[in-house]
Design a protein around this ligand. Structure first.
Ligand code: 2NL
Length: 355
């Protein structure tokens, strides 16, 4: 082999050995075999070789080309396999590491209280209806016998919305009574329904949130009396608090949509906070016989149909049942608070068997 050919062979082998990755390898390949590569140039120059040496040099160049092509391909295979080895080493998974603990969610106390209300009233034959957070002032006030000038409209610190529906002012509902109005308008009596949901009042301090939850209930049938109301609510409160002999007191009150109206108190100890013990009374819900004008507003003849209704605050009952002292964390989504007061998704809503 002539000197220039063996020099190229030596030089190429050294460059291939020095190529640390496929990019460097490709530069060597192009430098030798590419269009402007050294070997390509030698082949092009074959024509300038004196005729008597041309045959021998041509054969030598072809052998060199085969030899270099083979060593270039060998180097490529070696680099590829080294690269794969490096990836396998760096991406290896250590199956002996302990698993990361799975984060289990929990049921929010508000949701759990509403599930319990649904379970207890459900067992008494009540269904659940849901209305809309945005209502007209007719469904929130007018149908409930609260006329435009009535002070209750101001009491409720209503969020009014720009815009109207059916020529009626839009607002965020201040209670879930809209649900019962819709139920009476769309469903023939007898009716037994509860309406849990979000309600809104422009009121914000340590004990009031502008968004909170209420659960109202409605029963309409023939010959419904105060005795039905009292029996139903005493049973509910005893089941909800899980205290079979919980003292319950009905105290005369006033709501525009019920007549007569009664506030409902349970026995507790102001000093220890214990529900069912002590000699003090704590107001927990409002109730009454549905006002005849409300029945008439919903197309029901008050001489044929009577009923009772009640309303309670979900946050308030949740705080009392679980001894939660502050209203604000209910809406702060602090996972430490939720872990402390939340409920396992697998624990069913309590029905207090035997109460
Ligand atoms: C309270 C008092 C109450 C009602 C809500 C009602 C609904 C219709 C007709 C008559 Cl459609 N009444 N709801 C009745 C009495 C009391 O809520 O203190 N809630 C937190």
């Amino acid at each position: 082999m002539s000197d220039d050919l063996s020099a190229l062979a030596t030089e190429t082998d050294a460059a291939l050995a020095a190529a640390a990755d496929l990019r460097a390898w490709d530069a060597v390949r192009v430098g030798v075999l590419g269009r402007n590569g050294k070997l390509t140039a030698m082949l092009k120059d074959l024509g300038k070789t004196p005729a008597e040496q041309r045959r021998e040099r041509g054969a030598a160049l072809n052998r060199l080309k085969d030899q270099l092509t083979a060593s270039i391909e060998d180097r490529k295979a070696a680099l590829e396999s080294a690269e794969l080895d490096a990836r396998l080493a760096s991406e290896r998974m250590d199956v002996t590491l302990p698993p990361r603990p799975a984060q289990l969610g929990s049921i929010h106390p508000i949701s759990r209280t509403m599930e319990e209300m649904a379970a207890i009233f459900g067992a008494m034959g009540f269904g659940i209806n849901e209305g809309f957070d945005i209502e007209t002032d007719w469904f929130n006030f007018g149908a409930l016998n609260i006329p435009g000038h009535h002070p209750a409209r101001a009491d409720h610190d209503t969020f009014y919305l720009p815009g109207k529906r059916d020529d009626r002012q839009l607002l965020l509902r201040t209670q879930t009574s809209d649900v019962q109005i819709i139920t009476m308008l769309s469903q023939e009596p007898p009716i037994r329904v509860i309406a849990p949901g979000r309600t809104y009042r422009a009121d914000h301090d340590a004990t009031h949130s502008p968004m909170f939850h209420q659960c109202e209930g409605l029963v309409i049938d023939r010959n419904i009396t105060l005795a039905h109301l009292k029996g139903c609510l005493v049973d509910f409160l005893r089941a909800f608090f899980g205290i079979a002999n919980l003292p319950v007191r009905f105290r005369s009150s006033y709501f525009p949509f019920t007549e007569p109206s009664m506030e409902v108190d349970i026995g507790w100890s102001r000093k220890t906070g214990e529900i069912g013990g002590g000699t003090d009374w704590l107001e927990v819900l409002g109730s009454g016989m549905v006002h005849p004008r409300v029945l008439a507003n919903c197309g029901l003849d008050p001489r044929e149909w009577q009923g009772f209704a009640f309303g309670m605050g979900v946050e308030r009952l949740t705080m009392l049942k679980h001894g939660i002292p502050d209203l604000r964390p209910f809406y702060e989504s602090d996972v430490r608070w939720l872990r402390h007061y939340g409920f396992s998704a697998l624990a069913p809503a309590m029905l207090h068997e035997g109460v």
